[in-house]
Design a protein around this ligand. Structure first.
Ligand code: ADP
Ligand code: MG
Length: 295
């Protein structure tokens, strides 16, 4: 049996609103026991800004920022948007984005990598352990021709109503989890800020592994949590619909929106369990489009 109810397959689709794959999903929303929230853009605003640049010895701060910005010009990632603002207009060739990792590009002939510690290490770059004391901030590392040039910390605030939304979901009896590719210190800080318990935080999860975590939560007897009871629990996943498409599809109900209303949407369906055709009206937003989605 296919458990999937609602899913979003493409970034383009996500930009148009929520895509509904199976209308019966929303009839089951009142029995959702677990809500999994993506971090970037779901709990947080999704508009990170550079808060600190730490060049390695011998590197100039502005230079590190500029090459990182140039390397990120071709990426759609929220972190990339923040960094690309500092681009210097260098010639960029052979750009490559690695989902959940970072980017690689030739910037004025130099091989530049920007991304997580794990990504740079996979690419054979030695990254010093010491992070900036960036609790709650995302730290990306910059390497030029195989050598680290520095680190850049970016902060992305939780949405103003995120804490209240999590509290409301708890009042409804749901368990709320945080799922992110970011580091555990950043994930923990965000979780704490919005009231998600520390033992319900999954960090450093690659895009393709996010679906596995959702599957584990649906089947707690083989999975990672003993909370909640029951052999199978209905799981709702809320994400950006781009990186998270497999996880959204794995959940009983997947909800993707490209804007800040996604938490409102899950809250509303959690409260009412109403059928999907009513949702756009109830959200009071003429711009959302809802449609059937067939994989
Ligand atoms: P999230 O789960 O918050 O949506 P992602 O899975 O998109 O995060 O990314 C996980 C991590 O990979 C980021 O925290 C960052 O360290 C790194 N990363 C991904 N894409 C980029 C990028 N374009 N530039 C720099 N770092 C990136
Ligand atoms: Mg994401």
């Amino acid at each position: 049996a296919t458990p999937v109810a609602v899913a979003v397959a493409t970034g383009r689709g996500a930009k148009e609103g929520l895509l509904v794959r199976d209308a019966s999903a929303f009839e089951r929303m009142d029995r959702i026991g677990v809500v999994v929230l993506d971090k970037t853009g779901t709990i947080t605003e999704g508009r990170p800004t550079v808060s600190e640049v730490l060049p390695r010895e011998g590197w100039d701060r502005d230079h590190v920022l500029r090459i990182a910005g140039d390397a990120e010009r071709g990426s759609e990632h929220p972190l990339a948007h923040a960094l690309a603002a500092f681009a210097g207009g260098a010639k960029v060739e052979s750009f490559r984005a690695v989902r959940g990792g970072g980017v690689e590009a030739r910037v004025d002939g130099d091989r530049v990598l920007v991304g997580s510690q794990a990504f740079l290490r996979r690419e054979g770059v030695e990254v010093p352990e010491a992070d900036p004391d960036g609790v709650g901030r995302t730290v990306v590392h910059v390497a030029v021709n195989g050598v680290t040039a520095g680190s850049i910390a970016l902060s992305d605030s939780p949405k103003p109503h995120a804490r209240e939304a999590v509290a409301e979901l708890h009042r409804q009896g749901a368990e709320v989890f945080l799922l992110t590719g970011d580091s555990s210190s950043t994930a923990m800080a965000v979780a704490q800020a919005v009231g998600i318990p520390a033992d319900r935080v999954f960090s450093r999860v690659l895009p393709d592994e996010k679906a596995d975590r959702v599957a584990m939560l649906r089947h707690p007897e083989v999975g990672v949590t003993e909370a909640g009871g029951g052999r199978q629990r209905r799981v709702a996943m809320v994400g950006d619909g781009i990186n998270d498409a497999p996880a959204l599809a794995e959940a009983d109900v997947g909800i993707a929106r490209d804007d800040r209303r996604c938490l409102d949407a899950v809250l509303w369906v959690a409260r009412t369990g109403a059928a999907w055709p009513d949702l756009p009206g109830r959200l009071g937003n003429g711009n959302s489009q809802w449609r059937r989605f067939d994989r």
